[in-house]
Ligand binder design. Structure first.
Ligand code: SAH
Length: 288
């Protein structure tokens, strides 16, 4: 059985009475060159662990298991568990955990499953929750060194955009704070079964040891970033004021940070936002 062969996949799924769920973002990879490249890019190797999200029928899991010491794959759809038990039976180093990646206690999972192994994340993500997954993995300060993930092309561009450009969004700034992003390669929509309506790309986020511009309170920084990009066409004076800070407080903070009150979110670098947030009041001291 070849896990990238549409005829084999259809026979396998039919045998298990499985139907694709759009709601769970199920598009399985059928392009045989993609998974080996992803497995190499994430650094899967002896002595290293890999956490996968959404293994599907195990096409990427297999490539990871051929290279890594241990692979743990979290799958939400329990209908896939018997399928995975079959397709991965030759790989004892691959373990499936049933669950929602956004709800599991990830620090504990990593501790229990990988012990002291260095771990990276590798996944063809469910696209309906790309940003929440990326943000959860970055913010929970997990002991991982990189995320190599397949996402929609538009999401790849936003996640890897340069701050201070039109492509940048709130998630761009968050990624920059925690990681160094790069787009590795594109993947056409025809590489999936069923084919989605958009093209994809594989990106790698290499986690930083320290943020490039550390701030006293990250909640203030990210509250400001979200408020600014939440109304990205407005001037910072207006968008930040509707984020809960008084116009006076915003005006003083912009002035102290050396930022024009008529600038817009997409013109700011991470360092600009960091300096701005250092001069904004703590949300805890504000009215709800
Ligand atoms: N990696 C496979 C499948 C990708 S499709 C491949 O490349 O072919 C996305 C997968 O994520 C599906 O298996 C889907 O069931 C799973 N999934 C969706 N939401 C999830 C969640 N919240 N937590 C874990 N897995 C999820």
């Amino acid at each position: 059985m070849t896990l990238t062969d549409p005829a084999d996949i259809k026979a396998l799924l039919q045998r298990h009475g499985f139907r694709f769920s759009k709601a769970m973002g199920q598009n399985f990879l059928i392009n045989p060159s993609v998974c080996p490249r992803m497995a190499e890019a994430c650094g899967a190797a002896p002595g290293r662990g890999v956490l996968e999200i959404g293994p599907g029928i195990g096409v990427l899991t297999e490539q990871l298991a051929m290279r890594a010491e241990k692979v743990v794959a979290v799958e939400l759809d329990r209908r896939l568990l018997p399928v995975l038990a079959e397709t991965l039976s030759a790989y004892p180093c691959a373990e499936i955990v049933e669950g929602d990646i956004l709800k599991l206690d990830l620090p504990r999972l990593l501790r229990e499953k990988f012990g002291s192994l260095p771990v990276s994340v590798c996944a063809n993500l469910p696209y309906y929750i790309t940003s929440p997954i990326v943000m959860t993995l970055l913010e929970s300060r997990l002991p991982i060194d990189s995320l190599t993930v397949m996402v929609q092309k538009e999401a790849a561009q936003r996640l890897c955009a340069r701050p201070g450009t039109r492509e940048a969004g709130a998630v761009t700034l968050a990624v920059q704070y925690y990681a160094v992003p790069e787009i590795l390669f594109s993947v056409s929509r025809g590489s999936f079964l069923p084919a989605p309506h958009v093209d994809s790309a594989v990106i790698r986020l290499t986690l930083r040891k320290e943020p490039p511009c550390p701030v006293r309170d990250e909640t203030v920084l990210f509250r400001a970033v979200r408020a600014a990009f939440g109304q990205r066409r407005k001037t910072l004076l207006n968008s930040l004021s509707s984020g809960g800070w008084s116009r006076d407080a915003v005006s003083v903070a912009l002035d102290k940070a050396g930022i024009s009150p008529t600038a817009r979110a997409e013109e700011l670098t991470l360092e600009n936002f960091a300096r701005l947030s250092e001069n904004l009041p703590d949300p805890a001291s504000m009215r709800p």
